[in-house]
Design a protein around this ligand. Structure first.
Ligand SMILES: Cc1cc2nc3c(=O)[nH]c(=O)nc-3n(C[C@H](O)[C@H](O)[C@H](O)COP(=O)(O)OP(=O)(O)OC[C@H]3O[C@@H](n4cnc5c(N)ncnc54)[C@H](O)[C@@H]3O)c2cc1C
Length: 409
């Protein structure tokens, strides 16, 4: 049953942040309308790496079953190479993470499954193909949105508008939130290849370092080899203009012999490469009267440590904790705005800490003139258990988050 707490919440954007928050509100008997511009989630690639913190967040929400039912690739091996030589080999499940080990989860399938779960609750309304363009205001407070739908322009009234509409958030622009931007010195080229046999036999993820170069590859949920090639910002135009054979050769020169051969042999089977231009951004405040931003709309991340989806899921849990209570308590504008401020206060420390940590590795790995000696020295030390323990501790925030995030409603 939907509880009749007058408050109506609109969430703009059905990515990981918006879809899970809509599910949490609707499954607690509250009314929520979710607006999504895409009619098919498969039209945009948003990455698919879930770290343990993201896996744990989904389980806490009661959505853990989805992880078993949607296409997923769960690497059991993680290998690191420096100048083509392997220096790191971790058996992920047994050695470190147990049932919450990192995995690659098809986001279109995951989001559809969350929508289907949400639709079991009467308070949930989902509008596909609804592109929000403007905010509605009354008495100095946002009171809804205007969206373009197949049926034409439609106005949706709300007591709180939540912008979960990603890195180019329309809600953020419409409400004139101020944004701080940290330049990130790298971009990422994404492309896919047929799966090499070694990855078929044992699902795994590798990274290759060397000569201001970083390539990450893993077996994706669609059983292809996903490549993420980290390059210096602004260099893709020139690389691409040289033609696919030339830039594939550039990759092949820095990876182990088996992968280099696979890249060269499958050069003509590389699927549509595209560039992810990276930046670390954050809004100065996450809320204004009648509006709250969460997920990428409030803070984008560099790709280091694959944090974006996972942090978005943790935003959603904290947002639900505060909003469910405020809505059950009457949910007037003042209560909802106060809840929005508490959400911001609770989430900012983790977001800032992660952004600061993400800023360090690119400086080391991609610095012009870098020749790998420093990293090679460090990686040799990883043979010693004490050094491994220190490294694991340093990486822990990327795996498990920085602050305590628990669903309490
Ligand atoms: C190529 C790529 C690879 C990535 N790889 C990873 C990874 O491996 N691991 C990881 O953790 N993170 C990764 N990220 C980052 C991750 O995608 C985001 O951090 C995460 O999806 C943020 O979730 P979100 O719900 O806040 O926003 P999004 O996932 O961006 O969702 C926003 C939603 O809002 C909708 N929308 C936008 N504008 C409007 C509008 N005006 N009206 C209605 N709807 C609207 C969009 O269609 C979208 O569905 C990657 C990102 C990209 C682009």
């Amino acid at each position: 049953m939907t509880e009749d707490h007058g408050a109506r919440v609109i969430i703009v954007g059905a990515g990981p942040a918006g879809a899970t928050l809509a599910f949490l509100l609707a499954s607690r008997g509250l009314r929520v309308t979710l607006l999504e511009r895409q009619s098919d989630f498969a039209r945009e690639f948003r990455g698919e790496a879930l770290t343990p913190s993201g896996v744990i967040a989904l389980r806490e929400m009661g959505l853990g079953g989805i992880l078993e039912s949607v296409p997923t690739a769960r690497p059991v091996l993680f290998e690191g190479y420096n100048r083509r030589e392997r220096f790191l080999r971790l058996e992920l499940e047994e050695e470190i993470f147990g049932e919450n080990s990192p995995r690659f989860v098809s986001q279109p399938h995951m989001l559809e499954a969350i929508i289907a779960e949400s639709a079991r609750h009467p308070g949930f309304r989902f509008e596909r193909g609804a592109t929000v363009g403007a905010l509605l205001h009354r008495d100095g407070r946002a009171c809804g949105v205007q969206a373009r739908t197949e049926a034409g322009a439609v106005e949706f009234e709300a007591d709180l508008v939540i912008g979960a509409d990603g890195r180019s958030s329309r809600v953020r622009r419409a409400a004139q939130f101020e944004v701080d931007v940290d330049r990130v010195a790298m971009d990422v080229v994404w492309c896919k290849l047929p799966l090499p046999r070694t990855f078929e036999a044992v699902p795994q993820a590798h990274f290759y370092l060397g000569n201001a170069h970083l390539l990450i590859c893993y077996r994706a949920p669609d059983d292809k080899l996903q490549l993420a090639w980290v390059i210096l910002k602004g260099t893709w135009g020139e690389l691409r203009s040289r033609g696919v054979e030339s830039w594939v050769e550039e990759m092949a020169n820095h990876v182990s012999g088996d992968l280099a051969s696979h890249l060269r042999e499958n050069c003509d089977r590389i699927s549509q490469p595209f560039l992810l231009s990276t930046a670390a951004e954050r809004v100065r405040s996450w809320c204004k009267p009648g509006v709250l931003l969460i997920g990428d709309a409030a803070h984008t991340h560099s790709p280091v440590g694959a944090q974006g989806i996972n942090i978005a899921l943790r935003d959603s849990i904290v947002a639900a904790n505060h909003l469910v209570r405020a809505m059950r308590a009457g949910g007037g504008g003042a209560e909802l705005d106060a809840a929005a401020r508490r959400i911001e206060l609770e989430r900012v420390p983790e977001v800032r800490a992660i952004q600061r940590m993400q800023a360090q590795p690119p400086k080391l790995v991609l610095r012009a003139g870098w020749r790998g000696e420093r990293v090679r020295g460090l990686t040799k030390l990883l043979r010693f258990p004490l050094v491994r323990a220190i490294a694991a501790r340093a990486a822990r925030p990327f795996a498990f988050g920085v602050t305590q995030v628990e669903l309490r409603v």
